[in-house]
Design a binder for this molecule. Structure first.
Ligand code: NAD
Length: 501
């Protein structure tokens, strides 16, 4: 393969391993694309197994010796808060880089990056509040207590849709717990993770505590998950990648959290505040061009209001402004990758063939403001039945399926009849119905009269095939800790050695 760095004049981005900026040992690079224009804009080091080995060795050394394990949790917390301040300072710059890489709106990425420091403040604050217990043990002359210790080297593997946000859901609690990390960002959006390493350096983290190896799933992700010195894998991505990670991790008996895909229902009852529900449905599927794991891609609408609601929805969706994601007024940007663009178009064909009725969009956006980018028109299908592929499989694009229901029982039955369970929305003015639905929906997040709300404080994760474990909130830190029970005898002599104490 030709060495891209010598044949191209694009900026190059090296990896960050053991506190040093390094090229891949193979000397190879790969292109990072700008989806708005459909052309490469940067070259990123193409890491491989040897680079993974070096990064894990650096993370393992930093975990076991040097300054990091000597730091008190309070000092770790202070470092995390300093990192949060640096992210806040650079939020706009980092957001612009992410827009360049994934084509999502500057309005959205800017808001995400300005919010991101909160993860570092929150887990920085939590770092010194992890307390063991003195157990009032039932045995004579025995003192027993628990300690919570960091699990070790963490492999964090992330997708392209919200690069630093989803990485930080792992980085902040892992560092607060005292772990060290190797991050493998998506091959489509590596650059912001590398820029983030400059802030890690500036904040003063010891070398090797945080490392980034860039490259592809098979070349970097797989050897990273399989590496015997990696203790835990925190993965966000698609179902196929998640399964592979889980299988490989099982062979090494490693701890795993998985944040995977979804086919989330957004349920509108006849008693809903109609205009709010229309906006909620739009935000569930067309924000981020539908490229979110929590996309409300199944609209379940009560049959009594199906026609009126669909009409209002179509009217608002038809006004969506498409175009340059860096323009703060744009509402729907391009799709991040060419493959994803083609996949979305193929699902639109599948829905047509399955007999769904196309009400809006239905193909590539040919608008002049979309240029040569990978744009798909906001697309709405009605007359969808929940057994169709368009209602069962994750499209990860701006494609909405409308499925009518009669009553609460049928709404629950359809909503829960899915292999996934990441999120669900409910639109109703009845508090009783809101509570009943939130109890019965099989989903890790349920939003009532709102959609797509996440916070560092509130646990996030999936039921069923949407994942394992939770990120965010206090409980997230426990997945980076392990419990040790310490026994101390206060007896003057050792009891009968042949009997269990
Ligand atoms: P993906 O699974 O293709 O890739 C995710 C990451 O895993 C990438 O870094 C990729 O290189 C790596 N990877 C792929 N195969 C691997 C393997 N065998 N071993 C190790 N690493 C491997 O996902 P994507 O296309 O980048 O992202 C879209 C998917 O992510 C969607 O399914 C979406 O629902 C999901 N997602 C989930 C959440 C959540 O929090 N639940 C959030 C965002 C995205």
């Amino acid at each position: 393969m030709a060495n891209l760095a010598t044949t191209s004049n694009l900026p190059t981005y090296k990896m960050f391993i053991g506190g040093e900026w390094v090229e891949a040992k193979s000397g190879e690079w790969f292109e990072s694309y700008d989806p708005y224009v459909g052309r490469p804009w940067a070259l990123v080091a193409r890491g491989g197994r040897a680079d993974v080995d070096q990064a894990v060795a650096a993370a393992d050394a930093a975990f076991r010796s040097g300054d990091w394990p000597k730091l008190k949790p309070t000092q770790r917390g202070a470092l995390l808060r300093r990192l949060g301040d640096l992210i806040a300072r650079d939020a706009e710059r980092l957001a612009a880089i992410e827009v360049r890489d994934n084509g999502k709106l500057i309005a959205e990425m800017g808001a995400q990056l300005r919010y991101l420091p909160q993860w570092y403040y929150y887990y920085g604050g939590l770092a010194d509040k992890i307390e063991g217990a003195v157990i009032p043990i039932d045995k004579a002359e025995t003192f027993n207590f628990t300690r919570y210790e960091p699990i070790g080297v963490v492999a964090a593997i992330t997708p392209w849709n919200s690069p630093l946000l989803l990485a930080s859901w792992k980085i902040a609690p892992a560092l607060a717990a005292g772990c060290t990390l190797v991050l493998k960002p998506s091959e489509h959006t590596s650059v912001s993770a590398l820029e983030f390493c400059k802030l890690i350096e500036e904040a003063g983290f010891p070398k090797g505590v945080f490392n980034v190896v860039t490259g592809f799933g098979a070349e970097v992700g797989e050897p990273l998950v399989a590496h015997p010195k990696v203790a835990k894998i925190a993965f966000t991505g698609g179902e196929a990648g998640g399964q592979k990670v889980y299988e490989t991790a099982a062979r090494g008996l490693k701890a795993v959290t998985l944040e995977l895909g979804g086919k989330s229902p957004n349920i509108v009852f006849e008693d809903a505040a109609m205009d709010d529900a229309v906006k909620g449905v739009i935000s569930g599927i067309f924000a981020a061009t539908g490229q979110t794991c929590i996309a409300g891609s199944r609209l379940l609408v009560q049959r009594t209001i199906e026609d009126a609601f669909t009409e209002k929805l179509l009217a608002l969706a038809a006004t969506a402004r498409m175009g340059n994601p860096m323009d703060p007024d744009t509402q729907v940007g391009p799709v991040t990758t060419r493959e994803q663009y083609q996949k979305i178009l193929s699902y639109i064909d599948i829905a047509r063939r399955e007999g769904a009725t196309l009400k809006l969009g239905g193909g590539p956006a040919k608008r002049p403001e979309c240029g040569d980018g990978w744009f798909v028109e906001p697309t709405i299908f009605s007359k969808v039945n929940n057994q169709m592929r368009i209602a069962r499989e994750e499209v990860f694009g701006p494609v909405l399926s409308i499925i009518p229901f009669e009553d609460d029982e049928e709404a629950i039955a359809i909503a829960n009849d899915s292999p996934y369970g990441l999120a669900a929305g409910v639109w109703t003015t009845s508090i009783k119905r809101a509570i009943r639905m939130s109890e019965r929906l099989e989903a890790g997040s349920v939003w009532v009269n709102t959609y797509r709300a996440v916070s560092f404080m509130s646990p996030f994760g999936g039921y069923k095939r949407s994942g394992l474990g939770r990120e965010n909130g206090q409980e997230a830190i426990w997945s980076y800790l392990q419990t040790k029970s310490v026994w101390i005898s206060t007896a003057d002599s050792v009891a009968n050695p042949f009997v269990l104490r």
